[in-house]
Design a protein around this ligand. Structure first.
Ligand code: IMP
Length: 180
């Protein structure tokens, strides 16, 4: 297929992963989840905004009793310390004793998922795993065990299928990578 190029704000992006490949990979992950969580009624926690499209396509392919809820991570600069402080927002479910699966769009440095896991683990779930659409292993700065990964990619900025560049690109059905 001829690559398509698009412009978002001041940057050009070119097609990188087509919808067909994304859906094929989601099918495989859904089958794996069905096997791993058979008889368990897992609670899926989708991290907004980036995971909305991935979550919808994944959940449509999971044929077992399960629950789905949505959370966000706040991100603000802590004046006292050097790093960003990230806090889980919008968690209304009691996750104690539950089998939790966190749905992410992309794991880059891993700061977000690391903070999320620390906070969720304090609430004593029976188990907790991460599923992510994309992962950039070269960028990872934490020891994270991400069990379910649709695709590992190099350290390139990508948009589409839920992922944005300064607010644009979330609605694209394919994933694009930055070219300039
Ligand atoms: P981390 O905390 O560095 O792992 O970053 C995770 C968050 O950064 C993701 O949930 C995305 O919102 C954003 N992010 C990281 N890499 C990209 C990218 O290539 N495109 C769009 N957003 C990204």
């Amino acid at each position: 297929m001829e690559p398509r190029t698009i412009t978002l704000h001041d940057c050009q992006f070119s097609t990188y992963m087509y919808e067909e490949e994304i859906i094929a990979r989601i099918h495989m992950l859904a089958e794996q989840l069905e096997q791993d969580y058979a008889g368990k009624n897992p609670l899926f926690l989708a991290v907004l905004n980036g995971s909305f499209m991935f979550t919808a396509d994944l959940m449509k392919r999971i044929n077992m009793p399960c629950e789905i809820s949505f959370i966000r991570m706040s991100s603000y600069q802590d004046m006292q310390s050097t790093g960003n402080v990230r806090e889980v927002l919008g968690l209304t479910e009691n996750i104690e004793g539950r089998d939790v699966v966190v749905i992410e769009d992309i794991v880059d440095t891993g700061h977000t998922v690391n903070a999320l896991l620390q906070q969720l683990n304090e609430k004593q779930p029976a188990s907790i795993e991460i599923i992510t659409l994309l992962m950039k292993p070269e960028c990872l700065q934490h020891q994270l065990d991400v069990k379910y990964v649709a695709k590992s990619i190099p350290n390139d900025f990508v948009v589409g299928y839920g992922l944005d560049y300064n607010g644009l690109g979330r609605n694209l059905r394919d994933i694009y990578k930055i070219v300039s």
